[in-house]
Design a protein around this ligand. Structure first.
Ligand code: SF4
Ligand code: SF4
Length: 297
């Protein structure tokens, strides 16, 4: 199995559109397994329209809870909490209470409460799903707002996808990764054979590209770059190509600005399912050929 992860140093570079288009092309040649590792803003399912087969609860960290019937309002929990998560009584509420967003689940208040009025429970932080799309089984997830551990959820989604790939002896796992360089990106990168990095010729392109390249190289993953909307700033596009050339980063190709991409989005389709003869569809087909050669070597 070859694991291809699509990443970008920042959001909005066309990562999910590219992943969906590559899934459309790849599914003509192989069966594949897909994973949406952008668990904080998963949207690959909007383009792939899968049917949900299974749903699993994802538990997050611990959060404190005060039993007001036992609480004597001594204020010790307020004093010991280093995260300002204990809210004292005020004009709107006559009890001590916990701000669940601020609570780090450290349990100091639980141990210090003289009345044993505080308990600590694991929260439901989200859910993950196994779905069937026309291009293969899709593993994806939803994180609740304000919850943490998104790296752990990415690992959960990816491990399930890897198990499926191994079980079915599928040749390709295609992962739509999260933007940025944080914990979920590192989780999405783990074990990848190739990181496909779409970038755009904007003013911060080289800066954003450098950050994600450093991250993937640190984890020993081969990067390859493609330039999306390459014709909107030809000077910047040349600068990116020069930068990649000097650093020995394979360039997969350019994708021109193409209104067919926007129209395909509004129809909820990968661009090459919407219009295979559109310039962007043709460019992405060539990019997939370049990726196929890279993962064969
Ligand atoms: S430490 Fe316990 S008894 Fe004291 S205010 Fe907090 S919850 Fe109430
Ligand atoms: S568990 Fe820790 S962070 Fe949460 S309210 Fe208690 S002391 Fe504060």
């Amino acid at each position: 199995m070859k694991q291809i992860v699509v990443l970008s140093g920042k959001g909005g570079t066309g990562k999910t559109s590219l992943t969906a288009a590559m899934a459309h092309i790849a599914a003509d040649q192989h069966t594949l397994v897909l994973a949406d590792a952008d668990v904080d803003a998963a949207n690959l399912e909007i383009l792939l329209k899968p049917a949900k087969l299974e749903e699993f609860v994802f538990t997050g960290g611990y959060k404190a809870e005060i039993d007001n019937d036992r609480c004597t309002k001594c204020g010790i929990c307020f004093d010991v909490c280093r995260f300002n998560a204990v809210i004292p009584p005020d004009s709107s509420e006559n009890n001590y209470r916990i701000d669940k967003i601020s609570c780090e689940g450290c349990n100091s208040c639980v141990y210090q409460c003289p009345e044993n009025a505080i308990t600590s429970e694991r929260t439901t932080a989200g859910a993950w799903f196994v779905s069937r799309s026309v291009y293969g089984t899709l593993y994806h997830a939803e994180m609740k707002a304000g919850e943490e551990n998104s790296g752990k959820l990415v690992t959960t989604v990816k491990n399930a996808a890897i198990s499926k790939c191994t079980e079915l002896d599928e040749p390709i796992l295609l992962v739509d990764g999260p933007p940025g360089i944080g914990c979920p990106v590192i989780a999405a990168c783990a074990g990848a054979d190739l990181a496909v990095i779409p970038t755009e010729p904007g003013v911060s392109a080289i800066h954003d590209l450098s950050r994600i390249l450093k991250t993937v190289k640190h984890f020993g993953i081969t990067p390859a770059v493609c330039i999306n909307r390459s014709d909107i700033n030809p000077d910047k596009t040349s600068e990116i190509e020069k930068f990649c050339g000097e650093d020995g980063i394979p360039l997969l190709g350019r994708i021109p600005y193409d209104p067919a991409v926007t129209r395909s989005m509004s129809k909820g389709l990968p661009v090459n399912a919407f219009d295979p003869s559109a310039p962007a569809s043709i460019a992405i087909s060539r990019i997939w050929e370049a990726i196929s050669s890279l993962i064969r070597t």
